[in-house]
Design a binder for this molecule. Sequence first.
Ligand SMILES: [Zn+2]
Length: 608
Amino acid sequence: MLFLLLAAMQADTVRYDIRFPNAVHHEAQVTVTFPARSGDTLAVWMSRSSPGRYALHEFAKNVYSVSAEDLSGEALTVVQPDPYHWLVVSEGGPVSFHYTLFGDRADGTYAGIDLSHAHLNMPATFAFAPAFAGTPIAIRFDIPRGSQWRVASQLLPTGDSTRFTAPDLQYFMDSPTELSNFTLRTWTVPKPGGGTYTYRLALHHLGTDAEADAYVERMKKVVAEQIGLFGEPAPYDAGTYTFIADYLPWASGDGMEHRNSTVISSSSSLARNPMGLLSTMSHEFFHSWNMERIRSAQIEPFDFLQADPSDALWFGEGFTNYFDQLFIRRAGLSADSTYLDRLGGQVNAVVHAPARRYRSALGASLEAPFVDAATSIDPTNFGNTFLSYYTWGAGIATGLDLTIRGRYPGKTLDGFMRVMWQRFGRNEQPFVVKQPYTVDDIQRTLGSYLGDPAFANDFFRRYVRGSDVPDYAVLLAQAGVLLRKARPNAAWLGDVRLDADSSGALVRSPAIIGTPLYDAGVERGDRIISIGGAPVPSDAAWEAIAAAHKPGDVVPIIFESRGTTRTAQVAFAADPQLEAVTFESVGQQPTAAEMKFRMSWLGSRAGK
Ligand SMILES: [Zn+2]
């Protein structure tokens, strides 16, 4: 009886097998066995996109030596109608589909295979048949002899440490897997209503165990702050959340959120950049609520055959970007000044972005397929027309949080996120998103949380659907924080990347609207010969020229542009760069009310 049942289940399972006989040259051998079905061809695809990413990545480009056979081992005809998929001609019986995969990029998006590990993002690694999107999946990882590799993944474990399952294709594709001799740390937190959730850190790095232990202690504090905000961990589908961290010189920097896990990769190390890596960890972990479960309707379910844009990335990514550092501050792991440095940088970027002339935060979100690790060889004008939804969204969150705290006693952006969680995210059943949201839903929920729909509508009209910025100086002053010009008297021509030598200063970055250089007609690729008669043979010379002038000075600038030597007048401006600093750091005593506001904003939530 049991055996019959098992056989019946296997017949209705897509089975994957992956081996690494040529890992040194970054290859894997993959076999996918699809169950019987009706019809005389089976369409098998490589994904074109990846959950957590918004652009096309075209994973078929690293697939070759494709073949297929039936159960008896008889070769089947495979035709390839386009670059992305194959048609296997068969009578409808089970099909085994084979290919070689090349992968040499260990990060959250691609596959990195070498003698140290197989770091697999599933859409980059595994072909699939849309006809079996709802069919359960079983996978076996072949551990190379002598490798000491183990498996870390949010895939569901079985009694065999090399075999895992997934309820369907969506979950399988969302389950990146690391095979290596990683350092493992686990800990638990109480589950509301009894029991515990388990956290695992699978850390593949070249550092020490002491560094791993110190990192885990910090992670626990950040995790506690985030649980403090929502009041509970997200209900991990199998009771476990896995941090897969690859901090290796041959890894690429990335952070990718998934339902019950994250991949955090970096070419740096815990010794060199502990707080930077913690910041990425904080960001991705917050996504287990805000993005994975509180989820935009435009990316749920995820479409593997197209780019997956969403007009709510200013919320999903931007609000996460606002909170990731806030948790580190609340956990007592950074100083007010460190936190305000970054906040000031974000506010500065939002206030001065020329992109706000062209788009709203919704429009910036919809640019993701063009900017999210999307490469093109033709230059763009994004320096002027695109403000990152991470930065812009963090700016909106800053304005909203400080406005709510000032106007609605007892209410905060934390409280609003908790309502979003209850209404849209908190799933009762595993593997499902409770209710994917729209931007209208966010606006309505804000209105009902505050009991003030008019405020929510006005805020969205100005700052989300429009492109105004809140009055950050007034909002920050409530917390005894001064927003001011960092270098108010410094003469400035624009923030520009230069390659300077004896022939002049080659402009490497695009001209930015609102800078004196832009107004003088200088563009990327031009070579600046002299400013006010002074040559520019080095970065130091460039700085000396600025230091020798004051805002308002007008001088001739001579530059070569597309084969012509041109002379224009350039007017030095005052450096507009803003910074956020505490009142006390500039000798101004904050009031008790301002300090109370600041403590409520930046103070710990853990256990409250
Ligand atoms: Zn993110």
